[in-house]
Each structure stands twice: as C-alpha cells, then as structure tokens.
Design a protein. Structure first.
Length: 580
C-alpha cells in the first residue's frame, strides 16, 4: 500500500529533476526540419548555433540535431567529409533501436561516403536503409535512396540492377503524382540505356519525360530533358534534331548549366564542319573551370585556326590541348583505378563471405552429427534404466493399487453425498439471487433505453440545427461570392476573409474563437477551416489559397494531430469541422 502512495511523488520528483537538467529543444528541432525544405543554408546556421548554445541537451536530441545538420548541408550542396561523425550517429540510433530515424541515418551515412569517394561503403549503408524503408514508412526517402543506389550501379556498368531500382522509384513517385521526381527517374533510366548503347529505348523514355514536363508546365524540367534528347540525337549523328532540341537550353542559361550545353553545341557544329559556329561556342568554353571542357575547346579552335591558315594560333591551341589531355587522362586513370579497387574489394569480400559460410556450414553439420549421436546414446541408457526400474516396482504397485482403490471408493461415495447436499443448498440460494438480479437488470435496461432515446432526440435536434445553420450560411452573399471566386479563378481580399469569418462566427456560435480556444491557429489553418465549413472541396481551397492540393491535405492532417483526434486523416478533420 505504501508503494502506491509514494509512487506518484517519486514520478513527480523525477520529472522535476529531468526538467531542470535538460533543455527543451524539441521546438527548435521542428523549426530546423521546416527550414531544411525551404532554406537549407539558414538551417545549417540555425542547427550549428543550437548545438553550440544549448547546454545539457539530451543525447537523443543532440544526435538528431547532428543528423539534421548533415541533412541540411547535403541539401545546401555543402561537402560532407565527417565519416567518423556520421558513423557515431548511426551507431547511436542502432543501439537505441530508433526505427524512425535510423533509415535517415543510414541514408546520409551513404551520402557522406559517396562524397568521400567510397562507393562500396556507401552502398552498404544504402542497402541497410532499403531494408528498413521497403515496407513504405517513408516513400519520399525511399525513392531518393533508390536513385542513389541506381547511380552507384550505373557507374559500375551494372545497368540491369540500376534500372530495377529506378523503376521502383518511378512507381512510387507516380502513385504520389510527383511529376518532378517522375521526370528525373525517366531521365536516369534513359541515361543508363544510353550508356548501355540502347539509344532507341533511351529516346523513348526521354520523350515520355518531355511529355510529362510539358504537361506540368515546367520550363526547367523541359529544358533539362531537351538537353538530354539533344545528347541522344548527337550520339545517333542526327545533328539537325540535336540543334533543334538544344535551342531552349542555350537560350536559357538560367535553366541549364552552360558547361552541359556549350560543349554539346560546339561538338555538333564541328561534326557538321561549321567551324565558325563551333569556334564561337568553343571560345566561351575557355572560361569554364572544367579541364575536359577546356580541352575540347582548344581542340576545336586548333582545327578552326588550321582551316584559316593561322599556324601559330593553331599550334598554341594544340599545345594547350595536349597539356589538358594529359590532365584529363590522369583524372580518368585515377577514377578507373579507384573503381577497379572497389570492384576487387567487393569481389574479395563476397568470396570471403562465401568461404566463411561454407566453413560454418561444415562445422554446423559436424556439430549436429555429434549431438545426434550423443542424444541417441543418452536416450538408450535412459530407456533401459526406466524399464528395469519399472519391472521391479510393478508387483508392489499392483498390491498397493488394489488397496487404494477400496479406500478411495469408500471416501468418494461419502464425499459425493455431502457434496450433493451442499450443491442443493447452493442452487436454492442462486435461484433467489438470480431472481433479484433479473429484476435489477430489467430496471437498468429500461433506464438505458430512456437515456438512448434522450440522446437520439438531442442528436436529431443538433443535426436539424446544423442543417438550418448550413442552409443559412449558403444563402449569404459572402459564401456565394467565395464559390463564385473558384469558378472565376480570382483570389479573395483580406476584407472578404474578415467578412467570411464574421459571418461564420455569427451563424455558428463563435466558430473560429471556439477553435482557437482549444489550439492557436495560423492564417492558413484558419482559412482552411472556414472554407471547409462552407463545404468547399480541397481542390477549390487550394485555388483560393494559391497552394497545392497536397499542401491542403497536409494542413488538414496537421490539424487532426494538433486537436488530438482519434484518427489522423484529412477526411476525419473535414467531418469534425462540419459537425461543429
């Protein structure tokens, strides 16, 4: 009893001590998660300050903050070099069996090792993340993960494996209707087919990606795909079509990097023997930082100068070409050696694993054989001993058994007689008690029926009142104006929003203040609630708020969580709002 008295006090003291020794960093971490999507550079600064300034941070929050910092750096295209740090983060989440954050830790461990040119280690972490994500906990991270694994396989000429992962990513992105990711997946598959010398299939996928980009109305995606189509036509020596598709990427350098488009245009003009145009674009390439790009420019300019009879300039460009060619060959050789080492290490590791499995299998077979023989010997000895002992005791047990049967029968008859008398008295008492219970239960049933009937009456009255209020709000000028805005494609003014809020508060007994009394609402959440109350569809709400339909769905789901509803779904929130 004393434990029940002291336990609440002990829990209260524990909570006070924990609150005094650990700073609450959950809100800054949530703020950092939102920053990463919109401004990763600011998120890097925010998380760095948080890790430096907050004292007595719990280890779980500290590790998650460090993981978010690596995620923000990756989003901001900052180099990821701290392999020891990410391995400590992964080890912590593995030991604590944090299934929510461990896949993200595995993924960014792979990204860090990719940045450090260690593709084999990166692939190991990516495959661990895949094992945790393949059941659909985080589809967005899974699609990005598939693209990373496919990129590693493509660079090692394992094109079938690469395309298998890209198809997985495409299926998930198509279900989520993520057009940008679908286009990216199709482009990656097209590149793998191009590297595999299957330009026909590559072109088919690029045309499908171009149609999706045009349907989405994204100039950026269209320009990126058109650049890839131009490359494919160049590989097929169809230069006029290549120049047609490279026109937009050349005219819009804000959409496609010049280092990707100018070398292609210069090469096409060179192949067509239009050296004036080729030399024009080649001179632009001389300002690029890439060794390969400048090498191509000097080669084209040397041919141009030779055609125009300027041997001195041609010689200078040829000398620069040879110098840059040596540098490019060294880089290519270094990358090839590193790739060969990785493949050799992977092959050796697989061979060692196979040998170890065979050795373990042989030991297991030997061990099982010895154990089976020992168990057979022990079983034989036990059976012989039991049989011998049973034969010695059998005769003695028979005599004692007959004597016990006589005594047992005598006692059994006496007990049965006494038991029957007690049972009879007990049944009579139960009969009296059951009659009383039936009377009480009948009374409770009548009371329950009355209560249910009262609740039904109240519900019908409440439903009738809601229908009257809804019909009244439909006939208001501001409600009709908002529905008209959806058809006209106009955006409500601030005064119209205020008028709608006043109208709803008047007809529905302080609708917005009742919501904000429970939880504070931001402007977007408040307006989503008001539009749901006047029976607008999510797609129409998205038009009036100038947002995506997925964003409106996320707002409704977030409101479910904020108001602690039983089922956290967007449709459940709609039902809740319409019932207020």
């Amino acid at each position: 009893m004393k434990y029940k008295v002291y336990l609440p006090l002990l829990l209260l003291l524990t909570g006070l001590v924990y609150g005094c020794h650990h700073d609450d960093v959950s809100s800054p971490l949530h703020q950092a998660e939102e920053m990463i999507a919109h401004d990763p550079c600011q998120a890097v600064s925010h998380l760095s300050q948080l890790l430096d300034s907050v004292k007595n941070m719990s280890q779980d929050d500290e590790m998650y903050a460090k993981l978010l910092l690596i995620r923000a750096m990756d989003k901001a295209y900052m180099p990821l070099k701290d392999t020891d740090g990410i391995e400590r983060i992964v080890s912590y989440f593995e030991q604590n069996e944090n299934s929510d954050r461990l896949p993200m830790a595995y993924y960014y461990a792979g990204r860090t090792f990719i940045e450090n040119k260690e593709a084999l280690e990166a692939l190991t972490y990516f495959l661990k993340a895949e094992d945790l994500l393949m059941h659909g906990e985080d589809d967005r991270l899974y699609t990005v993960l598939c693209s990373q694994i496919a990129d590693i396989y493509s660079h090692r000429y394992m094109f079938d494996d690469a395309r298998a992962y890209l198809r997985k990513a495409y299926v998930i992105d198509s279900v989520a209707r993520d057009t940008f990711s679908m286009v990216s997946d199709l482009r990656d598959m097209a590149v793998s087919y191009s590297w595999d010398e299957n330009e026909k299939e590559s072109m088919r996928l690029l045309r499908e990606a171009h149609a999706l980009a045009r349907q989405a109305g994204s100039l950026y995606m269209m320009a990126q795909v058109e650049k890839d189509i131009a490359y494919s036509y160049k590989n097929q020596h169809v230069y006029d079509s290549a120049l047609y598709y490279i026109h937009r990427p050349i005219q819009r350098p804000d959409l496609v990097d010049k280092e990707q488009t100018l070398p292609l245009v210069a090469t096409i003009y060179q192949q067509q023997n239009k050296m004036d145009s080729a030399a024009y674009y080649a001179r632009m390439l001389l300002e690029m930082p890439s060794v390969l790009v400048r090498n191509k420019a000097h080669k084209i300019l040397a041919l141009y100068e030779l055609q125009h009879g300027d041997a001195n300039n041609a010689k200078a460009h040829i000398l620069q070409h040879y110098m840059l060619e040596d540098t490019a060959d060294m880089q290519t050789s270094t990358e090839a050696i590193a790739r060969a080492k990785e493949l050799f290490a992977q092959h050796r590791q697989q061979q060692e694993n196979n040998n170890l499995r065979l050795k373990n299998k042989a030991w297991r077979i030997t061990g099982l054989t010895v154990i089976i023989i020992l168990l057979a010997v022990i079983a034989t000895v036990v059976v012989w001993f039991v049989n011998h002992k049973r034969e010695r005791l059998l005769m003695q047990l028979r005599y004692e058994h007959m004597l016990q049967i006589y005594q047992r029968n005598k006692e059994t008859y006496n007990k049965m007689l006494l038991h029957n008398e007690e049972k009879m008295a007990e049944l009579q008492e139960q009969l009296k008690y059951t009659s009383k219970e039936n009377t009480l239960e009948l009374t409770r049933i009548h009371q329950a029926e009355d209560l249910i009937e009262k609740e039904n009456t109240d519900s019908r009255q409440h439903l009738k009142m809601l229908q009257q209020q809804t019909e009244a709000i439909r006939s208001t000028e501001i409600c009709q104006a908002f529905h008209a805005m959806v058809d006209n494609g106009t955006i409500p003014s601030e005064a119209q929003w205020q008028q709608l809020e006043q109208t709803l508060n008047h007809h529905f007994d302080n609708f917005i203040p009742r919501l904000e009394y429970v939880r504070p609402l931001n402007v977007t959440e408040k307006r989503v609630c008001m539009l749901l109350k006047i029976e607008m569809r999510p797609s129409d709400i998205a038009k009036l708020l100038c947002k995506e339909t997925n964003t409106i769905s996320s707002v409704r789901t977030r409101l479910c969580k904020k108001f602690c509803l039983d089922r956290v779904t967007s449709s459940n929130w709609d039902t809740f709002i319409k019932g207020m």
